[in-house]
Design a binder for this molecule. Structure first.
Ligand SMILES: O=P(O)(O)OC[C@H]1O[C@H](O[C@H]2O[C@H](CO)[C@@H](O)[C@H](O)[C@H]2O)[C@H](O)[C@@H](O)[C@@H]1O
Ligand SMILES: O=c1ccn([C@@H]2O[C@H](COP(=O)(O)OP(=O)(O)O)[C@@H](O)[C@H]2O)c(=O)[nH]1
Length: 455
């Protein structure tokens, strides 16, 4: 069996518990298969980038690299999170394009390639992840690496007209042509990428979906919806009932129902809009007032990026306004918590909830939506309210699907979810759970790697 080498900016080294779906999903996939995981150490060094750290746990070896403050600012805080992240989430209004950060991004990608190339063997399978590392395969190829290299984009692929608005777009996006397989979360993402290749990227879409780059090199693009370790989460949520944090939360509800949201504090997650939707629910469904408490967990994310700091201020203001207007002496409608919780604890929180609120404005997949379903009590499951604009909505069709920009629609969905009869809840939950059992994280990894090996 070939060795699997996974490369991603964020690495879940043992003991690291930072929120984020990529790390959670790759950790589950690598534990099953074994291999090498290479990426940023999460640390900055004073002077130069490039110091390496190695450790092992079970069949997984971890190789991580420190970045200098200047490189991290240009590559991660700058080009990845102020240019590519908003662009790929359809937010041209937030894109900050800067030649300096673009150069820093290229420099750090080259350093990743330089450190990894000497460690690769001809029969390795290299799997590179996400928008932080788009040009890495072309940089490995320049260093003579000929083994199979796949890429997986965890975030959406937007319309090709949006991509084409970025200066020098083809230099970056045509570096995807150096991969053997480019994976996306949904078929829509694949179609939008094909459009880009055809209309702006100088390539061709051949019969059967194979793509041909201008020089004639052929590669594949297909969808592989990422998922969760379904059975493990179901078991974790059963056991979590004994955790003190979960017991404490249940007791604090004082007989009221719970609605829960769990998101990194990110503008793509639609938190201001969700708060407004909840406010509309309190105003327009007065018969239910006081019967549902909404807990929003929102750990701070990318706090060095100004748009994220602005969002935090905005949310503090809206949540204060909602509680000021609607709280009663013995009830606070919205509990807003900027803390990161252990994954196992979250599964107990999900299970305690009658309503799961997942309403991003755009999201590649959204694993919280899948985790919420997997964590439910089969005898008395909660209801998922899910944005139509999340990748997960293509699979979880039995959720209450909403448009996150429609506050009245979100308000009505909360009211319907909170009062849905048990038989209907069970029926919807069973259909989604069946899908998640057949399409778990193991299936995602196997399907992707099988397709990569066939290229
Ligand atoms: O590493 P961070 O900057 O702290 O951000 C966390 C991760 O956010 C994004 O996650 C995406 O991947 C999930 C799994 O495929 C998917 O469900 C979600 O829709 C995406 O937003 C980002 O793409 C990752 O690279 C980050 O590690
Ligand atoms: O306090 C928290 C908040 C979130 N998460 C996890 O972070 C991941 C978020 O992934 P998702 O795909 O929903 O969104 P992303 O943050 O990757 O954009 C999920 O596995 C959550 O369980 C966590 O472990 N602790």
């Amino acid at each position: 069996m070939s060795r699997l080498v996974v490369v991603s900016n964020r690495v879940a080294v043992p003991g690291e518990s930072r929120a984020g779906g990529l790390a959670v999903a790759l950790e589950a996939a690598l534990k099953e298969h074994g291999g090498l995981w290479f990426g940023w150490s999460g640390k900055t060094s004073r002077d130069r980038s490039g110091e390496l750290h190695e450790q092992a746990s079970g069949d997984v070896r971890y190789l991580t690299m420190d970045l200098s403050r200047a490189d991290l600012d240009a590559y991660y805080n700058g080009f990845a999170n102020r240019t590519l992240w908003p662009l790929l989430h359809f937010r041209l209004d937030l894109v900050d394009y800067d030649r300096k950060t673009r150069e820093g991004y290229a420099r750090v990608n080259a350093l990743f390639a330089e450190k990894l190339a000497p460690r690769l063997k001809d029969d390795d399978i290299v799997w590179i992840h996400d928008y932080h590392l788009i040009p890495m395969a072309s940089m490995l190829r320049e260093r003579g690496i000929g083994c199979r290299i796949g890429f997986f984009l965890h975030v959406p692929m937007p319309s090709s007209d949006l991509l084409a608005a970025m200066p020098n777009h083809s230099r970056l996006f045509s570096s995807l042509y150096a991969y053997d397989l480019v994976g996306f979360q949904t078929q829509r993402d694949v179609e939008r990428f094909q459009d880009y290749v055809r209309l702006f990227g100088g390539g061709e879409v051949l019969k059967g979906g194979t793509l041909q780059a201008p020089g004639g090199r052929r590669f594949c693009a297909a969808s592989f919806p990422i998922s969760i370790d379904t059975e493990h989460i179901a078991a974790q949520s059963r056991a979590a009932i004994n955790k003190s944090a979960v017991r404490g939360l249940r007791a604090s509800l004082d007989g009221r129902d719970l609605a829960i949201g769990v998101d990194r504090l990110d503008y793509s997650k639609g938190l201001p809009e969700r708060f407004r939707g909840f406010e509309r629910y309190l105003e327009s469904h007065r018969d239910q007032k006081g019967s549902l408490t909404y807990l929003q967990i929102a750990p701070v994310s990318r706090g060095d990026v100004s748009e994220y700091r602005k969002l935090r201020n905005e949310l503090e203001q809206i949540s204060g306004h909602i509680n000021g207007a609607h709280a009663q002496p013995d009830w606070t409608p919205l509990r807003y918590v900027n803390r990161n919780f252990a994954h196992a604890t979250l599964t107990g929180f999900y299970r305690a909830a009658k309503v799961g609120l997942v309403t991003p404005l755009r999201d590649g997949m959204n694993l919280v939506a899948k985790e919420f379903v997997a964590a439910q009590d089969p005898e008395d499951p909660g209801v998922l309210v899910l944005s139509l604009l999340a990748g997960a909505a293509y699979e979880l069709r039995e959720a209450l699907l909403v448009n996150p920009h429609d506050y009245d629609g979100v308000a009505d969905a909360i009211a319907i979810a909170a009062t849905m009869p048990k038989e209907k809840r069970i029926e919807r939950w069973q259909a989604m759970m069946e899908h998640l059992r057949a399409n778990d994280i193991g299936a995602w990894r196997r399907r992707y790697l099988e397709a990569l090996e066939k290229t």
